[in-house]
Design a protein around this ligand. Structure first.
Ligand SMILES: *Cc1c(COP(=O)(O)O)cnc(C)c1O
Length: 239
């Protein structure tokens, strides 16, 4: 893609990208991990399509959106222009949006309840698509937050696979605001290991380097790449 989309000079919208890439590479080196073992998922909620073009031109090809509708409005046009890009849903998903989510996203990070599993399984069959899935774990057991409780995670992962036939590849968590993230990252890694899951979606702008130390394979980074959002991120809640 570099021949058709030359890297533009640093622009305001992606001013943080080089720093994030450098920090990620250093974190991988410290952890003795190859740099390709971590996927940078650019959390692009509230970033306009025009502001995303410089990031795409700079070779950033994996994006995470929080809301199905916002993603539907932003991405189909960009996808025509940048066919190699990958779209991840990182926010909560309502079962009645499963059809649109399966149609649009390559990866869904927020699978957390049986009704959603049924809807996803139905849509995968109907559309002949198989997005890769992460099960979200509510490692802090916060009442307002999406995700399965840690002590239910093993049974839930099992049901996703055995009952619903879904392609679960890993686990995702969002540690509680204001708490050190390390215990949450290590708890997630432990649940993944005992369930034979290879992928961990954890780490945001404030803690992605730490997450790499604890085995993150997908870090979801927004403001460190694009700058502060014009309005605060919607707090992920249970739909
Ligand atoms: C917004 C968001 C992120 C990125 O947050 P930043 O602090 O801007 O890096 C990561 N994960 C989820 C689920 C988000 O909603």
């Amino acid at each position: 893609m570099s021949s058709t989309h030359p890297i533009p000079p640093a622009s305001g919208q992606v001013s943080g990208l080089e720093q994030v890439r450098t920090t990620l590479a250093a974190a991988c080196a410290r952890a003795g991990r190859p740099p390709q073992s971590v996927t940078l998922v650019a959390a692009s909620k509230t970033v306009s399509p025009e502001a995303l073009v410089p990031a795409l031109d700079a070779g950033l090809m994996v994006y995470g959106e929080n809301r199905v509708q916002e993603a539907q409005e932003k991405w189909p046009g960009l996808r025509e222009r940048f066919p190699g890009l990958e779209l991840h849903l990182i926010g909560p998903l309502q079962s009645n949006k499963a059809r649109d989510a399966v149609a649009l996203f390559d990866v869904i990070h927020s699978v957390d309840r049986p009704s959603l599993c049924r809807a996803l399984a139905r849509q995968c069959a109907a559309q002949g698509r198989r997005p890769r899935l992460f099960v979200q774990v509510n490692t802090g057991a916060e009442p307002q937050k999406a995700g399965v409780l840690p002590d239910r995670a093993d049974a839930f992962v099992d049901a996703c696979r055995e009952v619903h036939g879904l392609d679960v590849i890993g686990l995702m968590c969002i540690p509680p605001v204001g708490e050190p993230p390390e215990p949450h990252f290590s708890a997630l890694a432990e649940i993944a290991a005992r369930n034979g899951l290879d992928h961990l979606s954890m780490g945001m702008s404030g803690d992605y380097a730490t997450a790499v130390e604890y085995g993150a394979t997908h870090v979801r980074v927004g403001s460190a790449i694009f700058g502060a959002r014009a309005y605060p991120a919607p707090q992920p809640t249970h739909p």
